[in-house]
Design a protein around this ligand. Sequence first.
Ligand SMILES: [Fe+2]
Length: 345
Amino acid sequence: MILRQLFDSTSSTYSYLIASRHGAEALIIDPVIEKVDRYVQLLKELDLRLVKAIDTHLHADHITGLPALRERTRCITVMGEQAKADVVSIRVSDGEHVDIEGISLKALYTPGHTDDSYSFLMADRVFTGDTLLIRGTGRTDFQNGDPRAQYDSLFGKLLMLPDETLVYPAHDYKGDTVSTIGEEKAFNPRLQVKSVDEYVELMNSLDLPNPKMMDVAVPTNMRVGLAQDVVAEKGWALSAEQVKGSLGRPEIALIDLREEQERRKEGVIPGSLHVPYPRLEGELEEGGLLQQLAKDTGKRLIFYCAFGERSAMAVQAAQRAGLNASRHMQGGLQAWKSVGGSLRN
Ligand SMILES: [Fe+2]
């Protein structure tokens, strides 16, 4: 396995680049915008293909690298379903998985620092965002932070993991890089409380200054979605209403770019084909399924996904591959549901 802990000294943020081996798919947790060139260079050097970029929560102390990485690598962006970001490609909820080739992260909803905070469990290690820090915990005094919720996230979830579980936080201000659950239970001063009330009192008495970047970072990090209007201006978008009107016509082929987990949870548009987004580039090449489908049958490909982000990237890729009739459904399944489009399980 490849695990690189990358540091941004301005915001004291740790980002994590993870892959199962050289030549494989990779994901990154909590990337920082100023470091995107470095990440892209490292991906190249390690022969990795970035397919997912995750933010553990909406950050207040740095600007996220999610949109820049999506632009540069066409990766999928991932946040929790509670995140107030405008659009991300995939929204996960508690217990769902974020998978890439050879790696599976389990999303644990751990609110408290913010109401959209997630931790990600990967076998014997956990990426704790700002919920659990080394000898500390994330502040709970803004962004709908809640010390009571954080107590439950800590004592009811993270500290229930085996003592030897490695803890990788999103920040460290003292130079520590990794800890374990057992070590934090024993030595983290914030965790030596006897009750939830004691924890609440401790957190409410911290009286910390606001992060320097907060007024810039929070609003910026809320606008991370791909500009689907730009794709629409090129004439490559269809509204959910338009797609609904053409459902069942023989000259169209609807392509679902989502993952199995999303399809099971939300349902599928009847009659659509499944081509998960990471397989798209290959299927658009000469001899690929989508290239053949469009060329041999003359069908118009209409891509869809959860929120229209993967499909917007897919239609651009299809146009580049010469499939000029292809379109995507703007707003994804969310828009489809809003117009009462049918779904099957
Ligand atoms: Fe944070």
